[in-house]
Design a protein around this ligand. Structure first.
Ligand SMILES: Cc1ncc(COP(=O)(O)O)c(C=O)c1O
Length: 364
C-alpha cells in the first residue's frame, strides 16, 4: 500500500522493487510455465538461485575464503542451541555478554548445554548501554564468546567489536546484519535470521570459520550440524526455497543501492532524524539509552506521559506510520529502520512526532 511506512521489528519492510519482481515472476518463473514455489530444490534452477544468493552475500560482506555461508532452518532462536551444540566440543564452558532481551534468551538456552560465564553485563544499568571492552572478562579457555550486536527490543547497539583474543567470537547479528560494514575475519560464527534486512522470514544465515566445522556433539540433529550442512551446500533437506529466492533479490537490491557502505549511511542519517525529534521534544519523548550506545536500527523511546502511548500509536497509524509499538516485554515505542525503509518514511515519522509533542505537551 503506497504511503504506508512499516516500522515493524520483523518481519520488517522489504524493498518494493523486490516485491514487484517477485509478483511478476510468481506465476510463471522466467517463462518456464511454473511458479518458483513448485520448483524442486534438487534441480539446477534452484541450485543456481541458492549459489547466486551465497555469492552475492559473500561479495557484499567481503567474506574471506576460509568462511562458509550456510542457510539453515529454525531462526536465530535455534542458533541459541546450535552454537553450543556445534562449538562446545569437549569444553564445558562458554562466555556470554548479557546486554538485553535477546542475549538473555541466548544465555538461558546456552545454560541447557554448558556452564555459562557472563563475561560482561549491562544489567546493572537496566540495559541502557553496552559494556565497554575494559569491562569484559573473557576466560581464555572458554569454548567461545557469544554476544548480540544489536538488542532489537532494547534499542542498544555495540559500536565496537569485542576483542576476545584466541577465543572464537560468536555474534547474533539478526537485527543489524547488512546495515553496516563487517570485518568477518574477527568472528568464529556470525548468524542472523532472515526476517529483517535479508528478506522474508524463513531461514538463518550462518557464516562460520572453516576450522570450527566438525565439532558437533554426536546427538546434534544432522540438519543442524554445521559441517553436514556445509558438506551438502545447505541442501541436506528441503530449504525454504521461496525465502532464499527473495533474499537473492534483496542482496541484488543492496548491491544496486551502493552496497553495505550505502546502507550504513542510510541508517545513520535515518536514525539521527528520529533521535533528533526525541531530543528536540524537551522531555516529551525519552530515550533511555545512553547516546553513544543507541541503536541505528531500532530506535526505542517512551512518552513521558505513558497514558498517551495508545493515542500516539493510533494517530501515527492514521498517517500510515504503522507497527511502532515497542517490544511486548519493554513497552513504549520502537521505530525499526531496516534497509528498505525509505527516507520519506522517517521524515514523516519525525514530523508527526513534532506535531504530536506540540499538541500534547501542554497536558503533560
Ligand atoms: C537479536 C535477535 N536475536 C534473535 C531473534 C529471534 O529470531 P527468530 O524469531 O528468527 O528465532 C530476534 C528476533 O527478533 C532478534 O532480534
Amino acid at each position: 500500500m503506497s504511503g504506508v511506512y512499516n516500522f515493524a521489528a520483523g518481519p520488517g519492510m522489504m524493498p518494493a522493487q523486490v516485491l514487484e519482481q517477485a509478483q511478476r515472476e510468481f506465476l510463471d518463473w522466467k517463462g518456464h510455465g511454473f511458479s518458483l514455489l513448485e520448483m524442486p530444490f534438487t534441480g539446477d534452477d534452484f541450485k543456481a538461485i541458492q549459489q547466486r544468493a551465497q555469492d552475492r552475500l559473500r561479495k557484499l560482506l567481503d567474506v574471506p575464503d576460509n568462511y562458509r555461508i550456510l542457510f539453515m532452518h529454525g531462526g536465530a532462536s535455534a542458533q541459541f542451541s546450535l552454537v553450543p551444540l556445534n562449538l562446545l566440543g569437549d569444553n564445558r564452558r562458554a562466555d556470554y555478554l548479557e546486554t538485553g532481551h535477546w542475549s538473555r534468551r541466548a544465555i538461558t538456552e546456552g545454560r541447557r548445554y554448558c556452564l555459562v560465564n557472563v563475561a560482561g553485563s549491562s544489567r546493572g544499568s537496566d540495559f541502557n548501554r553496552m559494556p565497554m571492552q575494559h569491562e569484559l572478562q573473557v576466560y581464555s579457555k572458554t569454548a567461545y564468546c557469544h554476544y548480540t550486536s544489536n538488542e532489537t527490543a532494547n534499542g542498544v547497539q555495540f559500536h565496537y567489536v569485542p576483542e576476545t583474543g584466541k577465543v572464537p567470537l560468536v555474534v547474533d547479528m539478526t537485527s543489524d546484519f547488512l546495515s553496516r560494514p563487517l570485518d568477518v575475519s574477527r568472528y568464529g560464527v556470525i548468524y542472523a535470521s532472515s526476517q529483517k534486512n535479508i528478506g522474508p522470514a524463513g531461514f538463518t544465515v550462518v557464516i562460520v570459520r572453516e576450522d570450527l566445522l566438525g565439532r558437533a556433539r554426536p546427538a546434534t540433529p544432522m540438519v543442524f550440524d554445521y559441517r553436514m550442512q556445509n558438506d551438502a551446500n545447505s541442501l541436506l533437506n528441503t530449504p525454504v526455497t521461496f525465502s532464499i529466492y527473495l533474499a537473492e533479490l534483496v542482496f541484488g537490491w543492496v548491491e544496486e543501492q551502493g552496497g553495505i557502505a550505502a546502507m550504513e549511511q542510510n541508517s545513520l542519517r535515518r536514525s539521527r532524524l528520529v533521535y533528533r525529534a526525541i531530543e528536540k521534544s524537551e522531555g516529551f519523548y525519552r530515550c533511555p539509552v545512553e547516546s553513544e550506545h543507541r541503536s541505528r536500527v531500532n530506535v526505542c523511546f517512551t512518552l513521558s506521559d505513558e497514558s498517551l502511548t495508545p493515542r500516539f500509536l493510533e494517530e501515527a497509524a492514521k498517517r500510515g506510520l504503522i507497527n511502532l509499538k515497542g517490544h511486548s516485554m519493554i513497552g513504549g515505542i520502537r521505530a525499526s529502520l531496516y534497509n528498505a525503509m525509505p527516507d520519506e518514511g522517517v521524515v514523516a515519522l519525525a514530523a508527526f512526532m513534532d506535531v504530536f509533542a506540540m499538541e500534547h505537551a501542554a497536558y503533560v
